[in-house]
Design a protein around this ligand. Structure first.
Ligand SMILES: *Cc1c(COP(=O)(O)O)cnc(C)c1O
Length: 360
């Protein structure tokens, strides 16, 4: 059986050279050789995440960094404002509560973005240390204007840290971390970064590190100050790093920078435009509020009443995997990812197959 092509929002296609990098022989993680690899990564990762501040890499999926974010940002007696516009915002709110943080949960209807006004209405009550916001809600295909939210928070609430989940958008969409004044942006390896699952990356501000020093019980594995201490002392990481995945990251960062960030973002945008055009031509509507469509995954409303599981099975038999709707949106929507390695030619190949199904 030839491998199937993944048009799902994670894990995504991984380039052969990146898969191959994982077969490099093992080295000791306290060796010179490993340190050389490890310290070559932050300068390149900072370029991709658009920050001159701090970056961290953990052997975890992105959800681990949702924990890191709230554990390091919210002091006892203070609150987190958790904006929930889909399944991953919901998870972050649950993660906040599970870590003992006082949480105010704000529900936004699925399909809508998180708007500055929604945030302002709640932050005005005071007592908040941080806001959690999902940039690209993979469950609804909605991309919020985090820049606009950040502008408001930086102006009116300078002490509130802005924590952003960019798991399914970082590297596929321009998110200027420093320019927007964000405090932590987290992402996973297996989405737009087009790596195997198992690593997570964070950009972190100086302000966030200062805050962490005021928070007791940050845990150990995801303690930012412990990671920072090892990093600056030249001691790499406190616990064993995922060496094979870091080898893959080494190759993928070079590939991303060789393509060029502008080109990479434009490629995602072109694939999105093709996907929108295909959906509209075939009588489907898009699920997100107009103007807030994700550039990495399109969530399509099943306005034609097609048998979504049958369509998914049809594509699968022809070597292509698309995504069903997430959770409560199952069969009512379906999702086509256009992130990571995928480009316009891949999308056209997929649409040829889906057209065959729809024309039957
Ligand atoms: C996939 C996803 C997550 C969860 O990431 P894991 O790497 O599976 O832990 C969180 N947020 C968003 C927006 C996602 O798309």
């Amino acid at each position: 059986m030839p491998p199937k092509k993944l048009f799902i929002p994670g894990p995504t296609e991984v380039a052969p050279a990146v898969l191959q990098a994982q077969t490099r022989p093992m080295v000791g993680h306290r060796s010179r050789e490993f340190a050389d690899l490890f310290y070559s990564i932050p300068p390149r990762l900072k370029q991709v995440l658009l920050t001159d501040q701090h970056v961290y890499i953990t052997a975890s999926s992105g959800t681990g960094l949702q924990e890191m974010a709230v554990r390091n940002a919210v002091r006892p007696g203070r609150k987190a404002l958790n904006m929930v516009a889909g399944a991953f915002g919901d998870r972050w709110q649950k993660v906040s509560v599970a870590n003992g943080k006082e949480s105010v949960r704000v529900e936004i209807p699925w399909g809508q973005p998180i708007r500055p006004q929604d945030v302002d209405d709640h932050l005005a009550a005071g007592g908040f240390d941080a806001i959690t916001i999902v940039h690209n809600e993979t469950s609804t295909g909605v991309m919020s204007d985090v820049g606009a939210v950040a502008r408001l928070v930086r102006e009116k609430y300078p002490d509130v840290l802005i924590l952003v989940d960019a798991v399914s958008s970082a590297s596929g969409v321009r998110i200027p971390f420093d320019d927007w004044g964000l405090d932590m942006m987290l992402t996973s390896s297996q989405k737009a970064f087009a790596l195997p699952p198992g690593l997570a990356f964070a950009a972190v501000s100086d302000r966030m590190l200062a805050r962490a020093a005021e928070v007791p019980h940050r845990g150990w594995y995801f303690d930012l100050l412990l990671l920072e201490k090892y990093l600056v002392a030249g001691k790499t990481t406190p616990a064993t790093p995922a060496i094979s995945l870091l080898n893959a990251l080494d190759v993928q960062l070079d590939r991303i920078l060789a393509e060029g960030l502008e080109n990479r973002w434009a490629r995602h945008q072109r694939s999105m435009a093709l996907t929108h055009a295909w959906a509209q031509k075939n009588g489907f509507e898009l699920f997100p509020a107009p103007g807030y469509e994700s550039r990495t995954v399109t969530c399509i409303r099943n306005t034609r009443g097609v048998d979504v599981p049958a369509m998914i099975a049809f594509a699968q038999e022809r070597g292509m995997i698309i995504g069903n709707g997430y959770g409560k949106l199952k069969n009512e929507t379906f999702r086509i990812a256009h992130m990571g390695e995928l480009g316009p030619a891949d999308m056209q190949a997929l649409f040829a197959v889906l057209n065959e199904f729809l024309d039957e």
